[in-house]
Design a protein around this ligand. Sequence first.
Ligand code: GLN
Length: 202
Amino acid sequence: MVRVKIGVIGLQGAVEEHIGATQQAMRKLGIQGEVRWVNRPKGIEELDGIIIPGGESTTIGKLLVTSGLFEEIRTRATDGLPILGTCAGMILLAKEGDERTMRVGQPLLGLMDMKIIRNAFGRQRESFEVDLEIPGFGEAPFHCVFIRAPIVERIWGDAEVMAKYAGKIVAVKQRNMLALAFHPELTQDTRAHEYFLRMCKR
Ligand code: GLN
């Protein structure tokens, strides 16, 4: 019996929530699998997919470098390993950041053809929730929790827009990678994780 192994990068941020949501999604899909907390490169070759959670992208980026995970994730993702990045995880997947992000030299994995703007909704609306149409996740609207969220200013190459909010891109898919500006792990709706698991299934 093939068991799908998903790793959640656990250096900082919403780690437990992603583990729980992924386990829940596995049950819903009837997939045998396990979800691991990953904080070092060892064992990464066994994984069928990696989730980079929300949190503080500057902190997670630095810890990715010091833990040795930075290069490891880059190599695996380039080889086709499925990756889901949410919020800070989305920022880290981007090839290009906003002016400040680039100026301070914040480490970005640089895997997806997109330019992100950090904290794009401003102080007035740091956190909010909204139902969005995301056809990829199914017909019913998806309840999206935004917390100091980024937006994607532009995409290029074969990156595809999966969802927009108020005219701004908030979900992008590119080959084996999926980036969401919101936090799907904070609601009971597991369709984002189910979608990702289908990308990971061998
Ligand atoms: N604002 C955070 C950052 O720039 C992301 C917020 C989040 O992941 N909830 O890293």
